[in-house]
Design a binder for this molecule. Structure first.
Ligand SMILES: [Zn+2]
Length: 340
């Protein structure tokens, strides 16, 4: 019996050892890229700490009342502190409410568990309030924080946590874990490559239309590259008109640009003759044509322009203008070009 994780077994081993040796810390911070598995690890750890029916100590059984309640976030001793709907940060009042709950004895578990996902998205006052709990820890409370990086939190918070830094998971590990997932082998391989080491992302690509949407972004990319300037702008207008209100247009353009960065990086990798397989392996011939038509500096320039546009988008720039500027500045690909 092992922890139900995709990768990160080293982290599970450390946490299991803490349980077995009776040295579970008062606070942990799991860092790593979005969708790499921080939250899943934290939840499994919460289960492992409180599971009383496991045949392997330190490994959650996943079946008992405690494990299933934690898995579904319904355990009375599990507290999840997240941003309220419509807010961009966790507020100090939420931390205070959590502190009150944690001050009470657990209902039924060995310890109360506080899960604080993406705690970098809290206000400064909320961070400071949490420090009090970190400085005066209770033996019956474990705090589990997640954040992409330690740099995004107060150093005083980080120094009071046991930090486990999760890294991207090897594609072979993700692909194997997804073998029984919905989708054929080619789709699973494609989702795995697109996920760039983040299992949660690979899973989300295999659900609904997410993978088809990525293929759509790629088709759009090739069409825009092949088109002449006037057609590029017309296509940008049509593309934007599909998207309704501003918030949705903003997130749609963000997703499109992020997909393009991956495509340009594939082209750069071809340009630099790196041996790793491109993420968009299915369209290698097209990538090779574009690679042959461009200089390395042109490819780098496109990546820089898109990354700048993504920053401007975050700063609430007009998505339509950004998209129009970007496609107008695409390099001409003579070999692919059949219009204008
Ligand atoms: Zn259990």
């Amino acid at each position: 019996m092992t922890w139900d994780l995709i990768g990160h077994q080293w982290a599970a081993n450390i946490l299991q050892q803490h349980i077995l040796s009776g040295s579970v810390r008062h606070a942990y911070l799991f860092t790593g890229p979005e969708h790499v598995g921080k939250h899943r690890l934290a939840l499994q750890f919460a289960q492992a700490i409180n599971c009383r029916e496991t045949s392997v100590p330190g490994v959650p059984c996943g079946q008992c009342r405690s494990c299933t309640l934690i898995q579904s976030y319904r355990h009375p001793d599990l507290h999840v502190l997240e941003k309220e709907e419509g807010r961009t940060t966790v507020r100090i009042e939420q931390v205070r409410a959590l502190q009150y709950s944690l001050s009470l004895a657990p209902y039924e578990a060995e310890r109360r568990i506080a899960l604080l996902p993406d705690f970098h998205e809290a206000t400064y006052h909320a961070w400071n309030a949490l420090l009090k709990t970190l400085e005066e820890p209770s033996d019956r409370v474990v705090l589990l924080l997640t954040s992409p990086s330690t740099d995004l939190l107060l150093p005083t918070i980080v120094s009071r946590c046991e930090v486990l830094s999760l890294r991207q998971v090897a594609p072979s590990v993700i692909e194997k874990a997804l073998a029984h997932h919905e989708g054929d082998a080619a789709e699973i391989q494609s989702a795995t490559r697109l996920a760039i080491g983040c299992p949660g992302l690979a899973i989300s690509y295999l659900e609904g239309e997410a993978l088809q949407q990525q293929y759509g972004y790629r088709d759009d990319f090739f069409e825009w590259l092949q088109a002449g300037t006037a057609e590029r702008l017309r296509k940008a207008e049509t593309w934007m008109n599909w998207r309704a209100g501003f918030p949705q247009r903003q997130s749609q353009v963000k997703a499109l640009l992020e997909a393009w960065v991956v495509l340009w990086r594939d082209i750069l990798q071809q340009k630099l003759r790196q041996t790793a397989a491109p993420i968009h392996l299915e369209v290698l011939p097209e990538l090779q044509i574009i690679t042959a038509a461009l200089e390395t500096t042109q490819v780098l320039d496109q990546i820089t322009r898109i990354e700048q546009a993504l920053e401007e988008l975050l700063a609430n720039a007009d998505p339509r203008l950004l998209l129009e500027n970007l496609v107008a500045g695409f390099p001409a690909i003579p070999i692919l070009s059949h219009s204008e």
